[in-house]
Write a protein that binds this ligand. Sequence first.
Ligand SMILES: [Zn+2]
Length: 66
Amino acid sequence: MKNETPTERTCPKCGCVYTEVPALSRTDNETLICPDCGIHEALEALGISLEEQEKIISIIHRNTAE
Ligand SMILES: [Zn+2]
């Protein structure tokens, strides 16, 4: 059942407009950021390089694009 209208939010981190469920920024635990930035922050916290982060995110997008 789908009765929720998507809310458009602007990510303060990358500036993109998104309608997905927001992620909570780890930097202050109150800023809502887009899911991509949420993944970035989570991977960064694990010590994963920016290059690897981009790879992981592109893989995630490839899998959800269908
Ligand atoms: Zn973002």
